[in-house]
Write a protein that binds this ligand. Structure first.
Ligand SMILES: NC(=O)c1ccc[n+]([C@@H]2O[C@H](COP(=O)([O-])OP(=O)(O)OC[C@H]3O[C@@H](n4cnc5c(N)ncnc54)[C@H](OP(=O)(O)O)[C@@H]3O)[C@@H](O)[C@H]2O)c1
Length: 278
């Protein structure tokens, strides 16, 4: 099976690429910067330069592909916004995959995305799930929580370096997962027909609070953490975000019918229809 992996230079995407190569798939990676992605070539992947925000670059990457595993997301350090990459780019990719006759599509969403429309990425993930469901692609959605790999930068290194560790007062326990394990599920989904058209939550074996992780890091490092708590207006889901889409819970219908994003028609997510024209 030929698999295109998008976001393969990222934390999760590289594990997906590694797993797919180890499982003897023919792996192609759509990458923005070929030099930065050279390690994927060394692992045995084919590299195709492209950008999901540049739809003209997608047909060459999708040609001959049986499956797509999409692990791309906006980088905090990037000039592109979440809306550009995680919504507009994903619409391009899903439409491109459909046009190219791709048989399977794996998408990574967020746990409980449907419950937090006031958080832009959550709203976009939920809308992308709906958009994918109406695309008539054989999709599998894996709804993820936190990545264990993220704990290194968030907690372990600051504690080792005597830097501040930021904890919000209302810190919710998270059942973190190793991205290598998530990659196994994603690649396995390609092999199990019953996963087609289905959505699965994917979480670790037990939830950890920020304070439990900090205690663990303190014990392992022999250092005391410098804990900082941000002012309430900068914390969590109560931050004054503008929704990406104007009215919640709304998604967008039939982007192919409309020339520009601002002209797309709103769709109430509850009505269950509307994107079948892609
Ligand atoms: N991190 C978490 O804790 C977490 C939790 C739940 C779910 N997720 C989901 O898991 C998936 C992977 O997240 P991650 O943390 O592994 O991502 P990441 O490390 O931030 O990597 C993002 C990837 O997307 C690529 N990318 C960004 N913009 C692109 C564009 N315009 N065109 C093509 N590729 C583009 C990046 O390529 P470059 O190298 O060129 O920048 C990179 O390969 C995402 O769907 C994310 O929402 C993440």
């Amino acid at each position: 099976m030929n698999v295109l992996i998008v976001g393969a230079t990222g934390t999760l995407g590289r594990q997906v690429a590694r797993r797919a190569i180890d499982q003897h798939y023919r792996v192609r990676c759509l990458v923005r910067n070929v030099r930065k992605a050279s390690f994927l070539k060394e692992w045995g992947a084919e590299l195709v330069r492209g950008d999901i925000c540049k739809p003209e670059t997608l047909p060459a990457a999708l040609e001959g592909m049986d499956a797509v595993i999409d692990a791309a997301t906006a980088r905090a350090t990037d000039s592109l916004t979440v809306k550009q990459v995680d919504w507009e780019g994903k619409v391009n990719l899903i439409q491109g995959a459909k046009s190219a006759g791709v048989e399977r599509y794996v998408f990574f969403s967020l746990l409980e995305a449907e419950n937090y429309p006031q958080v832009p990425l959550m709203q976009i993930k939920h809308c992308t799930e709906l958009f994918l469901a109406e695309s008539e692609l054989n999709y599998t959605v894996l709804r993820l929580g936190g990545f264990m790999q993220g704990l290194i930068g968030q907690y372990a290194i600051p504690i080792l370096d005597n830097q501040a560790v930021w904890v919000t007062g209302e810190s919710t326990p998270v059942a973190y997962m190793n991205t290598q394990d998530i990659a196994k599920f994603a690649v396995r989904a390609l092999e199990v027909p019953a996963t087609s058209g289905n959505t699965y939550p994917l979480v670790g074996t037990r939830p950890w609070t920020a304070y439990e992780i900090i205690q663990l890091c303190e014990r392992l490092s022999g250092k005391d953490a410098k804990i900082s708590t941000p002012a309430p207006r900068f914390t969590g889901y109560h931050a004054p975000f503008d929704p990406v889409f104007p009215v919640e819970p709304q998604c967008f219908r039939s982007p192919s019918l409309c020339p520009g994003f601002s002209q797309w028609q709103p769709l109430n997510c509850a009505d269950g229809g509307g994107l079948s024209s892609i």
